[in-house]
Design a protein around this ligand. Sequence first.
Ligand SMILES: [Zn+2]
Ligand SMILES: [Zn+2]
Length: 165
Amino acid sequence: MFEKVIIDLTDNFAHEGEAIEFCTEYKPTENLLPYPNAELSNVSVRLTATFTKPNVLLQGTLSCYIRGFCDRCLAEISRQTDLSFNQIFYKDVADDEDGYVYSGSKLDATKAICDEIVLSLPIAFLCKEDCKGLCPKCGTNLNDGQCDCDVSRENAFAALKNLKF
Ligand SMILES: [Zn+2]
Ligand SMILES: [Zn+2]
């Protein structure tokens, strides 16, 4: 388990145009997730690195293992989410300011991988897409059945729909 994802490009430089496999387990030092009650336990990185002189192309999959509790009903969840990863690393200078760069024979993909995780995961961590959550009055898990509280749920949801973010 590593706190950085660093790829040694020596083999790539010797085999221009060849997709060379790279696999590692990555453990982020800080919790990247936007979820209040969940954390990333680790990320399996399975990539190929291709040297397309002078740049390097990384392609593959990031498997994120997330453990925590549903944002709505607090059910315990342990889940693997696969994200595809496809990124060019420019030699020394990026084409634009958002581009990623490498120099020398070591490529540090940590930031690019963190960015991909932050941007690609869904905004909410839910046990299921249509999780009904807990009753705000009595705390009944509404996935298991209705309670008798009168909380005019329809109105609350209609108001939410009209909110502009
Ligand atoms: Zn839930
Ligand atoms: Zn209730």
